[in-house]
Design a protein around this ligand. Structure first.
Ligand SMILES: NC(=O)c1ccc[n+]([C@@H]2O[C@H](COP(=O)([O-])OP(=O)(O)OC[C@H]3O[C@@H](n4cnc5c(N)ncnc54)[C@H](O)[C@@H]3O)[C@@H](O)[C@H]2O)c1
Ligand SMILES: [Zn+2]
Ligand SMILES: [Zn+2]
Length: 375
């Protein structure tokens, strides 16, 4: 069948994207879903910094690729061997498929799925296939999702079934921003009620981490960013205090006002100074979680002695260390009961044809989550 898709043919260093137009809206051909695959009518797809990192080359991927990895939609057709999904089911995409049988999946850590990571790195679906083509030439899939398209084909192992009452634009956010930000706090940092939490980097993911910290019973949530707009937004997301991490005295003041530092800090900015700030702001015995995806060449320098003597922890976090089929429905219940007001993340609703404008806004730091709404 034919569908429209936003395609990245080469990385774009040149901004504004409203002029360099990195993504081309093309009519492409979709192969029918193969074994353990489904055809999905995409209903909503969010713009995440990880898509931007493919556009600007910070996260090199095989091209041409149909981007988009935070999406929700409706199952339109099922392939051979699909028993757990039926036409009409509503689903959220998880951006790392879980094969279910590698050692990490079997150990309850699907965020480390070896087969999913290999497929994502190669730009193919979990079964190894590509289903999007133009003029006979196959395009690559983004993280098994490729949600910037009217229709897409995905592996059943990239999906989570959801309640039909959840609006698609909300559901989409749970596929990346919410799962990652909330999961970093709840799963990776292992926050306890009463802990103090610092969040550095206040995009869609960091602001979701603030919601997660409050939902988990943090005693105090401090939000840090270099952007005043983001710091003001954080106050609306329940941060008790905001800090400009670029201020020379910011770290000293934060430690002085918080008994030597915070219990937990999470970083979702994607640059080394932000991670250093997060790490240095934790108190003795504190835990730092980093989930941002900086340039592959970025390096962090820290004192191993202080790590030892202060019993600090530094942990990486992919996919919010989540088990998507367990955590997405659980987090959605918190949304449904008003304890996870993720609707506040949506600052813009776009049409697919406005996608380059949206990425320019994201790169300029002028938006939180922008969601493409499909008819
Ligand atoms: N680990 C995962 O599974 C996963 C999932 C989703 C996103 N990510 C990554 O998380 C990061 C955040 O994603 P997003 O969509 O929220 O991005 P975003 O662009 O919306 O937000 C990033 C924020 O970091 C701030 N920032 C930049 N430099 C800073 C500094 N020196 N100090 C403090 N703040 C600074 C920016 O002002 C911005 O508010 C990205 O790197 C993205 O690739 C990782
Ligand atoms: Zn993302
Ligand atoms: Zn696996």
């Amino acid at each position: 069948m034919k569908t429209r898709a936003a395609v990245l043919h080469e990385m774009h260093l040149q901004r504004p994207y409203t002029q360099s137009l990195p993504l081309k809206i093309e009519e492409v051909e979709l192969d029918p879903p193969g074994s353990r695959e489904v055809l999905i009518k995409v209903k909503a797809a969010g713009l995440c910094h990880s898509d931007l990192s493919v556009i600007d080359g910070n996260r090199p991927r095989p091209l041409p690729m149909v981007l988009g990895h935070e999406a929700a939609g409706v199952i339109e057709q099922v392939g051979e061997g699909v028993t757990q999904y039926a036409v009409g089911d509503h689903v959220v995409f998880s951006f790392l498929p879980s094969c279910g049988h590698c050692v990490n999946c079997q150990s309850g850590r699907p965020a480390l799925c070896a087969n999913g990571a290999k497929a994502n790195g190669e730009g193919v679906l979990l079964g190894g296939h590509r289903r999007i083509k133009k003029d006979g030439k196959y395009y690559f899939h983004h993280l098994g999702v490729s949600g910037f398209a009217d229709y897409t084909v995905a592996s059943v192992d990239s999906l989570v079934k959801i309640d039909k009452t959840i609006p698609f634009e909300i559901a989409a956010l749970f596929g990346c921003a919410v799962m990652t930000g909330m999961g970093a706090v709840v799963n990776t940092s292992k926050v306890k009620a009463g802990d103090s939490v610092l969040v550095v980097g206040l995009g869609g993911v960091g602001l979701s981490a603030i919601l997660g910290a409050n939902a988990a019973g943090a005693s105090k949530v401090i939000a840090a960013d270099i952007s005043e707009y983001k710091r003001n937004s954080a106050l609306e997301f329940g941060a008790h205090e905001v800090v400009n991490s670029a201020d020379a005295d910011a770290l000293k003041n934060l430690k002085a006002n918080n008994d030597g530092g915070v219990d937990i800090s999470v970083e979702f900015a994607g640059v080394v100074p932000a991670l250093e700030f997060a790490y240095n702001a934790t108190k003795r015995g504190g835990t730092t979680v980093t989930g941002a995806l900086p340039h592959p060449d970025a390096r962090l320098s820290l004192s191993p002695l202080a790590l030892v003597a202060d019993e600090k922890s530094l942990k990486g976090c992919y996919l919010g260390s989540c088990v998507p089929i367990r955590d997405i429905p659980a987090y959605l219940k918190l949304y449904q009961t008003g304890r996870l007001p993720v609707e506040k993340l949506i600052t813009h609703r776009l049409k697919l044809e406005d996608i380059n404008e949206g990425f320019e806004r994201l790169a300029a730091g002028e938006a939180i989550r922008q969601v493409i709404i499909f008819d």
